[in-house]
Design a protein around this ligand. Structure first.
Ligand code: KIV
Ligand code: ZN
Length: 526
């Protein structure tokens, strides 16, 4: 849909300047060029590539980005002094669309404590700075730093003077993230009412996130008439960061009704890849619950929500995941998941089972596993179904396992098994060279089946300390070899299940289906 010029919002990306100022986020030249390339592809209108006076590296980076980037304007930051402005002008000179961004603080706090200058001096310096920059380049942006805490009449005076001096964009920063949405909107409206030449420049806003209101303040300024938003990928920037590009853009796209149809030129399907790339390059991890680009932004675990999304995505999703570059929403299986979601995932994993069988055979085991693990992965589910299926022909089932070990001493295990054919529970204990040995001996005492272990392996099914462990073993019984497999978050339990699987196979092979073995075991009738 075409956006009229009056509704087109310019996206000024400062990931490479304010974003790079985030503690721990510095990037080398190659990385800056990679980010600049991604920003150009994403469709930003202006790339603020750095602050050239601050170091030779910063100068070189702005120059290199200026040479590389073709469509967006490339901007260099400068304090309101001639040597800064000259250096910025030199750095952006190779750009097809060069811009200089001059800033000078205007608030009382900054005037008195940082600059030690009176209002009239600030006004004079601002005008001189803009004129100096204008002599080098036509596209000049001026920022009255800490504008949000500046007295509105003085701010209006400065804005009017710099526009007269040739500023083509005037940016109103909330430098310390102090403003609130209604206050910031009122400030922008005030400027539109009190600056006579305001229509000759683009009004921009640059909001910091110290109180978590950067995006809200930015959007409220758009409602009041601002037409340039200064943003960063993933919201990185000084202290708590800047307004996040992806959030501002998706708010405008998702709620045209709330923002008068204002749109940007951003290719939103590149938001996720760009976010991941900036996170990789800067080392700044994106919070799981971060809007739009966080890992959980399109993930549903609650049974009610997942069920809703499976029936109709828009019940719980206001944005299409594809519109931000994700293939699809993620239905996370965990303890809040319901039957519908579990069945759906089994089908996606290729298990062709009737719903009733899934519910009867596997859903209980899945819920038990989900209680123990925060997130149940596809590998966990496959392992669960396979191991539960192997148990469908079982004679003995593991009910309870208690193990005690002591360094340098014997281990002991108490095992309770159920004979599912005879419907009896049996419990017995044994000691061994280690906990696994003790468990196996106790099970032999209960079942009366003894095995000679020939191979025994444990591996992790998924990653992390809460991952499921899989035990696989091979054992000899007479002249036969039998195998067993068990999966659990507890590797001793996995081992016990594997051993019991092998015992059940021996029993099945012998055709002894219902006899309860093991005279030493205690019998507990249900
Ligand atoms: O936060 C701020 O005020 C700035 C200016 C340089 C625009 O980053
Ligand atoms: Zn800033």
């Amino acid at each position: 849909m075409a956006t009229s010029a009056a509704k087109r919002v310019i996206v000024f990306d400062t990931t490479l300047r304010d974003g790079e100022q985030s503690p721990g986020a510095s990037m080398n030249l190659t990385e800056k060029l990679e980010v600049a390339r991604a920003l150009e592809l994403l469709g930003v209108d202006v790339i603020e590539a750095g602050f050239p006076i601050t170091s030779p590296d910063d100068f070189e980076a702005v120059r290199a980005v200026s040479r590389q980037v073709r469509r967006p304007a490339v901007c260099g930051l400068a304090r309101c002094v001639a040597k800064d402005i000259d250096r910025a002008a030199e750095a952006v000179a190779p750009a097809r669309h060069p811009r200089i961004h001059v800033f000078l603080a205007t608030s009382k706090i900054h005037r008195e404590h940082k600059l030690h200058k009176a209002r009239n001096e600030i006004l004079r310096l601002a005008v001189e700075g803009v004129r100096h920059a204008k002599a080098a380049i036509d596209d000049i942006q001026f920022s009255p730093e800490d504008a949000a805490r500046t007295e509105p009449p003085f701010l209006a005076e400065v804005v009017e003077a710099v526009i007269d001096a040739g500023a083509t964009t005037v940016n109103i920063p909330d430098t310390v993230g102090w403003s609130t949405p209604d206050r910031f909107r009122a400030l922008i409206e005030y400027l539109f009412e009190h600056v006579s030449n305001i229509r000759k420049a683009v009004i921009a806003v640059h909001c910091h996130d110290d109180l978590g209101m950067a995006v809200a303040n930015t959007l409220t300024a758009v409602q009041a008439g601002a037409r340039q938003v200064e943003v960063t990928i993933n919201g990185i920037g000084e202290r708590a960061g800047n307004a996040a590009l992806e959030e501002v853009v998706m708010a405008l796209n998702t709620r045209p009704d709330a923002f008068g149809g204002c749109r940007t030129g951003i290719r939103t399907e590149l938001l996720h890849p760009t976010s991941r790339m900036v996170s990789r390059v800067t080392g700044l991890v994106v919070a799981r619950n971060k809007s739009v680009v966080g890992e959980n932004a399109f993930a549903h675990e609650s049974g009610v929500h997942a069920d809703g999304v499976l029936k109709e995505r828009t019940t719980y999703e206001i944005m299409d995941p594809k519109s931000v570059g994700l293939a699809k929403s993620k239905l996370v299986l965990g303890k809040h998941s319901g039957r519908h979601q579990f069945r759906q995932r089994l089908k996606e994993l290729g298990f062709r089972l009737p719903d009733a069988a899934i519910d009867r055979l596997f859903f209980g085991a899945f819920k038990e596993l989900a209680d123990r693990k925060k997130e149940v992965f596809d590998e966990d589910i496959a392992a669960l179904v396979e191991s539960e299926s192997a148990q469908t022909q079982e004679t003995w089932r593991l009910c309870r396992l208690t193990v005690a070990t002591a360094t340098g001493g014997m281990a002991s295990a108490t095992v309770e098994l159920e004979n599912v054919v005879a419907k009896e529970h049996r419990r017995d204990a044994a000691t061994g060279d280690g906990p696994v040995d003790a468990i196996f001996r106790a099970m032999e005492r209960i079942t009366g089946v003894s095995l000679r272990l020939s191979d025994y392996q444990i591996r992790s099914v998924t990653s992390g300390t809460e991952a499921q462990g899989e035990a696989r073993l091979e054992a000899r019984h007479g002249d036969r070899t039998v195998s067993g497999r068990g999966v659990s978050t507890d590797i001793l339990e996995a081992s016990a299940k594997a051993y019991l699987g092998a015992i059940n196979r021996v029993i099945a092979m012998k055709g002894r289906k219902s006899k309860v073995q093991g005279p030493k075991s205690k019998v507990k009738k249900r």
